[in-house]
Design a protein around this ligand. Structure first.
Ligand SMILES: Cc1ncc(C[n+]2csc(CCOP(=O)(O)OP(=O)(O)O)c2C)c(N)n1
Length: 671
């Protein structure tokens, strides 16, 4: 191994040695503690430290890193105190995630480290978002994301590199090629000769280096960093290395030919560097011994603090509160909140008549005017104006930087949105059709939804979901998939049915610093119109709207269901029908639900979504548990058939809940 110190001083070389040795010695201690049962799991980075350490040393301290499970060296080189890291690994409240996350699955804003989720791949696009923020602010900064060679097989790797290349983002992608996935060798992972060759395919530069040589890593990343900033381009670095221990400590190493360990033992990054600094006379054995002794003592003293953690006494209120970033400040701001939750409420604001689609567009436009840090992303949303023309004309007013056409890569764009949020931007992503959310699902349910609870980082992201059927568009352009998200703690789900609510809820969703899934029914876009305040205003998230007063049955519904119920009530004046429009599906407005039950004692829950697992089941269960004494009949549900949504208009009509509304109402009345 050849070390080239370039212009590094002796003092710097020693300081690098300390940075490299520190995670190695911590790990050796952790392996002992693991055997003693003091910590539960350990993913070893022994043999790979030069990559994490060299990279972190080459960056500025306020540049974000998206590390993975073998990157202790990132955490230590960013000077995270060992006692606190140790508290984290024990699952203690005093760690970085209040005991909610394991091993390296945590981040910290102070140290500019974004914590991984278990899933391999999603980290990469978050780096795109952070880099986009730097680019938009014209800051001279990069972001860095790590992946193993196994992780490069994930679609997220492809999507993130492609977006970074197409958008010219200053991101450094680092592959740690350590020869094996969990047990899968590289010849069962990919067919190209080397992974760095993929860079060319994405239209970016790349380089393969010796990942065990800290000076190579440092010098390469330093140079690549300057390149990325100067040229505003991404870069791929493949670091060749070897994992000296099992995937995690319990999984063993039987599948690795023993001679490989012998070969790589000779290339150990810490030992080779130690030999080097001794060979050029800037360190000697007593000095090395002294550093090791100092670290040994430091580890013991830090662990002594680390062990003094309190037992966790769960506080349910705190657990629930930490799901979301507080929104108090946004409600206290100058935003006008329109309360139209009762049939008797009238707003004094000046209104104009808009279709649902225009109300959404107006809410979005006014939000863009209000928030200079709001970025819109979606397929064909710029010049073309979006599949439904909601952003038509936006680039003229707000420019292409803030109204961004995206490549076809839903997962990477959700990840990018999260990265933007980390850097203080707000973003709105338009799913071209709600159906396509399935290919961005992981980022939404595992990253956006959980990040605040896990380590306090908010995800200031709104995902607009053109949803629903009735337009003969078949199984993949018509689905109602809101229940996929109402079940995920950490997401807010809104679903307006009227223009006034569509605009106000969209504004509220954008003002809210938390992730909001915003469902908009395609069939209602141009069908429904109504008075909409001209000003910028919010409709409160989590508040249902009492649409119609009645005393025989209560229909609890949302979206297209509201209009089905209203039409039905108009066609059946002989039945006194009460209607509640939920408007928000997560969190549910239980108070209004209870009031609706109370008004009639007979409840029908109506939704376009299919029956099994729809939100109706949840509401019915809640009513049964909490309102049993005021019910005069069992809660009934009217939902769409439990089949995919079919194409032919006749079949679709039969599929829809509306086809069974009269039947269900009659059943309920005559129960
Ligand atoms: C999406 C996903 N699939 C499977 C796994 C299970 N898993 C955890 S680590 C690992 C191997 C990863 O290999 P590589 O990316 O080369 O990184 P290394 O662990 O070798 O550093 C696997 C399969 C996972 N975490 N995420």
């Amino acid at each position: 191994m050849i070390f080239d110190r370039k212009d590094l001083s002796g003092q710097q070389l020693i300081s690098f040695y300390r940075s490299l040795l520190w995670p190695r010695m911590i790990e050796e201690k952790m392996l002992l503690l693991l055997r003693q049962g003091k910590i539960s799991k350990w993913f070893s980075g022994i043999g790979q430290e030069a990559i994490a350490v060299g990279t972190t040393l080459a960056l500025k301290e306020d540049e974000w890193i998206m590390p993975l499970h073998r990157n202790l060296g990132v955490f230590t080189t960013r000077n995270m105190p060992l006692h606190k890291l140790f508290m984290q690994w024990q699952g203690a409240k005093e760690g970085y995630s209040k005991g909610r996350e394991r091993s390296f699955h945590f981040g910290n804003r102070e140290h500019h480290i974004c914590g991984m989720i278990s899933h391999l791949g999603p980290q990469l696009a978050i780096a795109d978002g952070v880099a986009l923020a730097h680019k938009l602010r014209k800051e001279n900064k990069v972001s860095v994301a790590f992946t193993g060679e196994g992780g490069t097989s994930e679609g997220d790797f492809h999507e993130a590199l492609n977006v970074a290349a197409v958008w010219d983002l200053p991101v450094i992608f680092i592959i740690e090629n350590n020869g094996y996935g969990l047990s899968t060798p590289v010849n069962e992972q990919y067919r190209c000769i080397s992974l760095v060759d993929k860079a060319k395919g994405y239209g970016m530069e790349g380089v393969m280096i010796d990942g065990n040589n800290i000076l190579s890593v440092y010098d390469t990343i330093k140079g690549v960093r300057e390149y990325c900033i100067k040229n505003q381009k991404p870069y791929l670095v493949e670091c060749m290395t070897f994992r000296m221990r099992g995937h995690e400590e319990a999984s063993g190493i039987k599948y690795v030919p023993p001679e490989l360990f012998k070969i790589w033992e000779l290339k150990d990054p810490v030992r080779k560097y130690e030999e080097y600094i001794k060979s050029i006379g800037i360190a000697n054995e007593p000095m090395i011994e002294q550093i090791k002794n100092e670290f040994k003592e430091k580890i013991e003293s830090e662990l002594a603090i680390g062990f003094t953690t309190d037992h966790i006494f769960p506080d349910t209120e705190e657990e629930l509160e930490d799901l979301f970033q507080s929104t108090v400040h946004s409600l206290q701001s100058t935003v006008h909140v329109v309360d139209n939750s009762k049939p008797t409420h009238h707003s004094s604001l000046i209104t104009h008549d808009l279709r649902l689609i225009d109300a959404i567009s107006e809410g979005l436009r006014q939000s863009m005017q209000k928030h200079s840090n709001l970025v819109l992303m979606g397929q064909d949303i710029a010049e073309y104006g979006g599949a439904f023309k909601i952003t038509e004309g936006f680039i003229k007013e707000f420019g292409k930087e803030r109204v961004r056409n995206t490549p076809l890569c839903e997962s990477a764009i959700v990840g990018t949105a999260l990265g933007l949020s980390i850097e203080g931007f707000k973003s709105m992503m338009e799913m071209q059709f709600a159906d396509f959310v399935s290919v961005g699902f992981n980022q939404i349910v595992n990253n956006l939804a959980k990040i605040h609870y896990r380590w306090g980082q908010n995800a200031d992201v709104v995902i607009r979901m053109p949803t629903g059927g009735g337009v003969g568009a078949g199984p993949f352009h018509s689905q109602s998939n809101e229940a996929w998200f109402t079940k995920v703690p950490g997401l807010k789900v809104v679903y307006p049915s009227t223009p006034i609510d569509a605009k106000g809820l969209l504004i509220a969703a954008i003002n809210d610093p938390n992730p909001v899934m915003y469902f908009e029914h395609k069939a209602l876009y141009r069908l429904i119109n109504g008075p909409v305040p001209e000003d910028h205003y919010e409709i409160e998230i989590g508040k249902a709207r009492h649409v119609r007063e009645g005393d025989e049955i209560s229909i609890i519904t949302y979206g297209a269901g509201v209009h089905w119920a209203e039409d039905y009530a108009a066609e059946h004046p002989e039945i006194s029908i009460d209607i509640l429009d939920l408007r928000t599906l997560a969190p549910l407005d239980y108070l209004s639900i209870r009031e609706a039950v109370h008004r009639t004692g007979r409840v029908l829950i109506l939704h376009e979504d299919t029956l099994v697992g729809g939100i109706g089941g949840e509401i019915a269960a809640w009513i049964a548990e909490n309102c049993f004494d005021i019910l005069d009949a069992p809660v009934m549900r009217c939902a769409s058939l439990d089949t995919p949504i079919p194409f032919s208009i006749e079949l679709e009509r039969n599929f829809m809940a509306k086809a069974r509304l009269d039947e269900t109402v009659q059943k309920l009345i005559f129960y």
